[in-house]
Design a protein around this ligand. Structure first.
Ligand SMILES: [Fe+2]
Length: 175
């Protein structure tokens, strides 16, 4: 075990280790959402990404508030899952020849990302509860979790009949 890993000796340290990866994720998603908002050609999807970009800027601040409540400096630990998600998207951006197919990919990638974020916050909140880390730590993370859940529902609802993604699918299938 490396020195770094052997520093994780209690729930609070494990929580902080995970929080560092979530911090990196949220910071990097601000730029990713900006890119996707500009590249998506479906209006609802593009606007949704722009809205969630602004929300994500506040989520970054909420994660910083959790660090502050813990009495720790905010530190970004490279999140390898996000590396993978962003690398996958780069592959699509380089290879897809059809805007409508890119829109479909973006919506699926956004759903995948929201589910990852939701799982990450649920895990953090469970650790915080077990470690009795206090409301000042958990409340900002609960706000982020609620926002991710709302965003996931919006993304899933985009395929309903009266939303923009119905037309997105029409573009792909030619119906
Ligand atoms: Fe987020």
């Amino acid at each position: 075990m490396s020195d770094r890993q052997s520093e994780i000796r209690d729930v609070e340290a494990l929580f902080a280790y995970e929080l560092e990866a979530v911090y990196d994720m949220e910071v990097r998603l601000v730029d990713a959402l900006d890119d996707m908002s500009q590249l998506a050609t479906n209006d609802n999807l593009s606007k949704g990404f722009a809205i969630h970009r602004r929300e994500t800027e506040r989520q970054v601040e909420n994660v910083e508030a959790a660090f502050a409540a813990l009495g720790r400096e905010p530190n970004r630990r490279p999140n390898r899952i996000v590396d993978g998600l962003l690398a996958e998207r780069e592959g699509i951006d380089a290879g897809v020849a059809d805007d409508a197919l890119r829109n479909v990919y973006y919506r699926n990638a956004a759903i995948r990302t929201e589910r990852l974020e939701i799982t990450s916050y649920e895990g953090l909140l469970e650790l915080a509860e077990r470690g009795d880390l206090g409301a000042a730590v958990t409340e900002p993370l609960e706000r982020n979790l609620a926002q991710e859940e709302k965003t996931l529902r919006k993304l899933e609802g985009l395929a309903d009949d009266d939303s923009g993604l119905k037309s997105l699918w029409d573009d792909v299938t030619g119906s």
